[in-house]
Design a protein around this ligand. Structure first.
Ligand SMILES: C[S@@+](CC[C@H](N)C(=O)[O-])C[C@H]1O[C@@H](n2cnc3c(N)ncnc32)[C@H](O)[C@@H]1O
Length: 295
């Protein structure tokens, strides 16, 4: 069952936290000349028009990206990411970014994970994308097909990830960002990351999860606490204490295996700033904990 469409949620507080963390890892990977590879198992459609009816229906980006962009003095690494988003204009890029003449765009625009990574790729780097939703896949295909560094698969991200391990370029990141349409996704995500890490113990793995009143985030933390990666396992959460309406996210979480050096300090600074700046169902806090210490 594929009912989720990221266009309703792009640029919300969860995207701010997740995409800032993604930006931090990419910035670290770019520091060395050696090529890197990113595998994005649940890619979405690539980029989003925040002026669309979908985005207007929830207005979530106004509580996330719009607030972050309007507030002065963000932490340095977040400022770099926000600048990138503010400059992101697929319409100006035209065919290369898969803009269709028949579509009416309003803007502003927000890059999803594939286009955040694309911005940071060098000639020798590689991006592997998986997306199962037929329409999202078709849109994404149209948007990335002219870039030889990007390989898109219409494939289940859990099964596909394990089958691709280890990647040919043995330096890089796996981003797993499921929609959690069904509760089995929590177990599938934990199993897939565990098996993939066993085949690629030096890779960095980042799993996103929502914090809901009746969520299964505790099970995920328990599973990840058993992954004895030499670079450690980090858990970062940005959440309000109280949940609001049933089924509504009160927070957002990331589990990161083998995070880069100083990632914890950089994300802590960003998270505390986002907790004050974005709008949550109640007062929010950011927390960072090592579930498994780095050796
Ligand atoms: C949260 S969205 C991804 C957002 C994107 N990672 C970003 O940051 O811009 C999750 C996506 O996963 C897709 N999806 C759901 N189940 C999937 C599966 N088993 N394998 C691959 N893609 C899946 C959905 O269609 C949806 O587009």
């Amino acid at each position: 069952m594929l009912s989720y469409l990221h266009g309703f949620h792009a640029g919300n507080f969860a995207d701010m936290h997740k995409h800032a963390a993604l930006w931090l890892v990419l910035s670290h990977l770019r520091k060395k000349k050696k090529p890197f590879c990113v595998i994005d198992t649940h890619a979405g459609s690539g980029w989003y028009d925040l002026g669309s009816d979908q985005a207007a229906k929830t207005g979530e980006w106004k509580d996330g990206y719009a607030r972050a962009k309007a507030e002065p003095n963000p932490p340095e690494m977040l400022a770099a990411f926000l600048d990138h988003v503010a400059r992101f204009d697929p319409v100006a890029k035209g065919r290369d970014y898969g803009v269709r003449e028949e579509d009416a765009y309003r803007g502003p625009f927000y890059p999803g994970s594939p286009f955040i990574v694309r911005e940071m790729l060098r000639e020798e780097d590689e991006l592997i994308l998986m997306e199962l939703h037929p329409r999202e896949h078709e849109t994404l295909h149209h948007r990335v097909k002219r870039d030889g560094r990007i390989h898109l698969h219409k494939r289940d991200g859990y099964e596909g990830l394990v089958a691709m391990m280890p990647p040919v370029i043995r330096r890089g990141l796996v981003l797993m960002d499921p929609s959690y349409d069904v509760k089995q996704d929590y177990q599938k995500a934990a199993n897939a990351v565990q098996h993939a890490w066993e085949k690629w113990p030096n890779g960095t793995f980042m799993l996103w999860y929502p914090i809901l009143e009746d969520g299964f985030d505790g099970d995920l933390r328990t599973s990840f606490g058993a992954i004895k990666a030499s670079g450690g396992v980090l858990c970062a959460e940005l959440a309000a204490d109280q949940g609001g309406a049933k089924g509504r996210m009160r927070g957002t979480g990331l589990l990161v295996i083998n995070p880069p050096w100083q990632f914890d300090q950089q994300l802590a600074e960003i998270g505390v700033w986002l907790a004050k700046t974005c709008k949550f169902p109640g007062p929010a806090q950011h927390s960072i904990n090592w579930l498994v210490a780095a050796q």
